[in-house]
Design a protein around this ligand. Structure first.
Ligand code: ADP
Ligand code: DP6
Length: 194
């Protein structure tokens, strides 16, 4: 378990190229690294997958073609691990978290959310990043059977009551305003609470 009790946990999800990394990086910058950290469930997953398959962990972390080449197999491998232990990647991801606000940038399955809701019921909030298919295509997305129609991409399409839905179209010109009036102001309040 983490060494500190968080004040707020923002559980982000969204389709490929909706901008989860972009939006969570922006929030991280606005809140500051002393109060906020970004956690990735895919971090420990990629690390273990790279080790087991003799691959380059750093390349799997990047946004390039290398990750895409292994994505389908990595999804299947990760699903087998989650079947054995649904909380495994969540527990590893939070281990080193020290800051009062945690951003989990890549929740994909109800089992991920359920783990956080069970362990941190009062702190967990769900955030969806949305972008149209047109915008996602401009960012390099192409529909891929076996990935875009699988649980990894669609597991949270239904059944989640999102606390915030962030629209990240085009260059995200409305992003700052959406964040400032919603999520960021709540997060700043939480940091001040005893
Ligand atoms: N609001 C934005 N303005 C400019 N570029 C963006 C914006 N949102 C996303 N991008 C770019 O689109 C690409 C995909 O975004 P990313 O955050 O990696 O998506 P995801 O993590 O959801 O797959 C990246 O190159 C990112 O820099
Ligand atoms: C096997 C994965 O964890 C790989 C995810 O890699 P990223 O989280 O880097 O992917 P995107 O941000 O959507 O491009 C997916 C899973 O099913 O767990």
């Amino acid at each position: 378990m983490a060494t500190v009790e968080p004040k707020l946990i923002l559980l982000f999800s969204g389709k490929r190229k909706s901008g989860k990394d972009y939006v969570t990086d922006l929030i991280h910058k606005r809140l500051g690294t002393d109060v906020c950290c970004i956690l990735r469930l895919s971090g420990p997953l990629k690390q273990q997958y790279a080790q087991d398959h003799g691959l380059d962990f750093e390349e799997l972390l990047g946004a390039g073609e290398y990750k895409e080449k292994y994505r389908a197999d990595m999804i299947q491998w990760g699903e087998k691990q989650r079947e054995k232990d649904p909380g495994f990647f969540c527990r590893v991801a939070i281990k080193a978290a020290q800051q009062p606000i945690w951003i989990v940038s890549d929740t994909r399955r109800l089992s991920d959310l359920q783990w956080f809701w069970r362990e941190y019921p009062s702190q967990s909030r769900c955030v969806r990043v949305e972008a149209s298919e047109e915008t996602r295509r401009e960012r390099g997305w192409e529909f891929t059977t076996g990935i875009d129609d699988a649980e990894s991409e669609c597991g949270l399409d239904q059944g989640v009551d999102f606390d915030w839905i962030i629209k990240n179209e085009g260059d995200g010109s409305q992003l700052e305003e959406q964040l400032a009036t919603g999520l960021l102001s709540i997060a700043k309040e939480k940091v001040k609470e005893d």
